[in-house]
Design a binder for this molecule. Sequence first.
Ligand SMILES: C[S@@+](CC[C@H](N)C(=O)[O-])C[C@H]1O[C@@H](n2cnc3c(N)ncnc32)[C@H](O)[C@@H]1O
Length: 207
Amino acid sequence: MHPKDTATRYDRIARWWQTQHQDSLYGIAQLERAIKFTPNKYLALDIGCGSSGRFIEILSKHGFQVEGLDISEEMICLAKQLHPDILFYREDICCWTPTKPYSLIVAWDSTFHLSLDMQEPVMKKLCDALEPDGVLMFTCGGGYGQNEVSGTFQGQDFEYSTLGVNAFLKILNEQHCTCLHLEYDQYPENHVYIIAQKIRSSVVIDV
Ligand SMILES: C[S@@+](CC[C@H](N)C(=O)[O-])C[C@H]1O[C@@H](n2cnc3c(N)ncnc32)[C@H](O)[C@@H]1O
């Protein structure tokens, strides 16, 4: 599915998402874990931030300057109403070019909507956008190999893809990031979250 079509579908459920998720604890313990691993608390980016700004609020409380990015116009519009002081980008993560280094980048249940061919370039882009010691947390489908699935959520059809856990770890390694935490957090659901940290160039050893 083209990201534009994903956006249209999220536009339709953006208001529902805001009411439903504003006080949701879903993914919050995982976010707190990623924050604990993050030594510098300068700039943070929430990719696929949605309309509630729930991650943005927590990141701000921890002292980060936070930015939000989402492809859905409606999601961004509603998030801005709740968080008027936050810088939001209404962008497709596949096309967006980061211009600043981030201490922490979070992509909770957003990049799993990308097509298979966009998974690797986007992951590389996110790793490149980290400052030294910066941390990336993202969710993906688990398992060994590539997979594409579709499903219906709140009456909307969505598509999901994954490269498989090993391929994501390989990309992180190639981008000089090390995995700090990997968990099937909703087992037996095939949902994984990964926390990785950019290695300082002084400690990168090429073998
Ligand atoms: C399942 S929601 C998660 C929202 C938020 N992370 C949360 O947990 O509350 C997925 C979000 O990712 C956004 N998204 C999907 N594909 C995207 C893309 N290519 N670029 C940017 N955002 C995208 C959707 O618009 C939607 O707001």
